[in-house]
Write a protein that binds this ligand. Structure first.
Ligand SMILES: N[C@@H](CCC(=O)N[C@@H](CS)C(=O)NCC(=O)O)C(=O)O
Length: 225
């Protein structure tokens, strides 16, 4: 069994592989990266991930980065965990990669615009007045598409829960937490309520609460706003 260490920060997309690992049920350890202290850009961390991002998964000491790669590796290594549904051919397998890539490459950049607009324009007032609304406007048609898909739910793949649902959970939690109008998308809202009760998600959220306590005790917690 490989030795697994996941580098994480609360409220970030590192929540998605945390849910995956909780779902799999193998032992793993976590390392908290203090983003408010810019630890992600420390020389030690950049040696593991030169992009300076979480999640980063150490597998027997060797780093793997990018959610799409980490989630795909976890699925291939622990196929019985059902992180993705069984496929009947290679095209279907690649469609699942497309779904992960959709959340990583289309949805996540919009989440960043909405949740962390100061990453794009340093002036706070300007970033909240321009970048955030632009992100919200771009997110709405994506949310409408996801909402329509979930009408055949309860999950992204119909009856089968998958880690794509975990990805949606994180993105939705992040944007509705800073004012994105979730109520306009009732199927996603009920998906959110449903997945929040899943034991792997509950455990991942407990882990985050613990990280937040540590950050608060160190004066390094920044609440979403
Ligand atoms: N494409 C990457 C994105 C990773 C990413 O942007 N992580 C954010 C947290 S959600 C991060 O580490 N931000 C720290 C920073 O940019 O300084 C993935 O899917 O793993």
């Amino acid at each position: 069994m490989p030795d697994l260490t996941l580098f994480v920060a609360p409220m970030t997309c590192a929540r998605v592989p945390t849910i995956a690992l909780e779902e799999i049920g193998v032992p793993f350890s976590t390392e908290l990266v203090r983003t408010a202290a810019n630890q992600q850009n420390s020389p030690e961390f950049l040696k593991l991930n030169p992009k300076g991002k979480v999640p980063t998964l150490l597998i027997d000491g060797a780093p793997l980065t990018e959610n799409v790669a980490i989630l795909s590796w976890l699925h291939r290594t622990y196929p019985d965990a059902g992180l993705l549904p069984p496929v009947s051919d290679d095209l279907e397998r690649h469609r699942q990669i497309a779904d992960l890539a959709f959340f990583s490459a289309t949805i996540h950049p919009l989440v960043t615009r909405i949740a962390m607009p100061v990453k794009f324009i340093e002036d706070k007032a300007l970033s909240f007045d321009t970048v955030r609304p632009t992100g919200m406007a771009a997110m709405k048609p994506m949310a409408a598409m996801i909402d329509e898909r979930l009408a055949n739910g309860p999950w992204w793949y119909g009856d089968r829960w998958s880690i794509v649902d975990g990805y949606l959970f994180w993105a939705w939690w992040r944007i509705t937490g800073v004012g994105f109008p979730g109520d306009e998308f009732p199927n996603i809202q009920s998906h959110q309520a449903r997945i929040s009760e899943r034991p792997s998600v509950v455990r991942a959220m407990h882990r985050e609460a613990d990280y937040i306590d540590i950050l608060k005790s160190e004066g390094l917690y920044r609440a979403p706003r």
